[in-house]
Design a protein around this ligand. Sequence first.
Ligand SMILES: C[S@@+](CC[C@H](N)C(=O)[O-])C[C@H]1O[C@@H](n2cnc3c(N)ncnc32)[C@H](O)[C@@H]1O
Length: 312
Amino acid sequence: MLFIAVEIQFDYMLFRPTSIALGKSKPSSAAWLARQFRDPYVKQRLSDPADYRARSAFKLLEIDNEWDNFLLKPDVNVVVDLGAAPGGWSQVVAGKLGWGNQPRKQAVTSFVDGESSRELRDERGTWRTPRKTSITRGPDSESLVFDPLNIDDALEAEQNQRGRGTIIAVDLLPMQPIPGVHCIQANFLSPDAETLIHGLLSTKGNPEGKVDVILSDMAANASGNLTRDVESSLEICLAVFDFARRHMRSAESIGRKRGGVLLMKHFMHPLLQQFRKETLESHFNDVKFIKPRSSRTESREGYFLCQGWNAD
Ligand SMILES: C[S@@+](CC[C@H](N)C(=O)[O-])C[C@H]1O[C@@H](n2cnc3c(N)ncnc32)[C@H](O)[C@@H]1O
């Protein structure tokens, strides 16, 4: 019997060693596996020293590199990553803001108990909203007990260099900690989520809880009903825009025409062009539609990159 080294974690991420008997796999999963093996970004993810948790990390890297390096601007200090699990985009952001690799010792404080991903799946495998929300603070070098005489600790401190800023990752699913990233397990569409995000955002230096960059890679779970799924995707875009309206730092206050950035995934929708023209273009100085090369051609997803929030 032929065994192959693959473990399926999420449709969009993949793959760690385990065993699946190819001979017994359904035709659809065999086709899916074949596609994964051909995919240059899956290969890149597996060999990349940054050890990204998701192939989607390359979409954010590509968009940032090609469009003005908006994550690398020195005035970018507060980033919110919506629909962040398993954490590829948050890893990219943490890297850009100078945070090191994943520590072996985790210093994590859970404020409210979350549910495991197993509990979040119903018997048909569909994701559902967590009953409770939780926050996990990203480990930082201050919260690790450092022993300079211990070579492992010294190496670890070097790897975990302290970065800057506040990074908040929100998802229905629990996420493994990432240095410098606060993870909130919550349904972004519920009022609880905004309260938790706002609580982490408002600090002495940022009392109004303003955000420099908002990222949304959120995708509603496919329900099997195309009309319903299309509606959910627009509902998510509108909710993300409303969040931006309340929290985005304006280009004027940053002093840069392209300051205040929203990068948002969307799926095809009959009202999408109207949403772009009437909502996005009237609030941002520059709005682009982007289909990154690393996004699969057959996927109906695209991204709006909106730069320069003009507040009114
Ligand atoms: C394509 S994945 C994101 C991948 C992520 N950007 C990365 O690089 O790892 C979409 C995520 O959106 C999350 N999601 C969908 N609807 C959500 C909601 N209402 N609130 C919070 N997260 C949501 C899903 O749980 C899923 O993890």
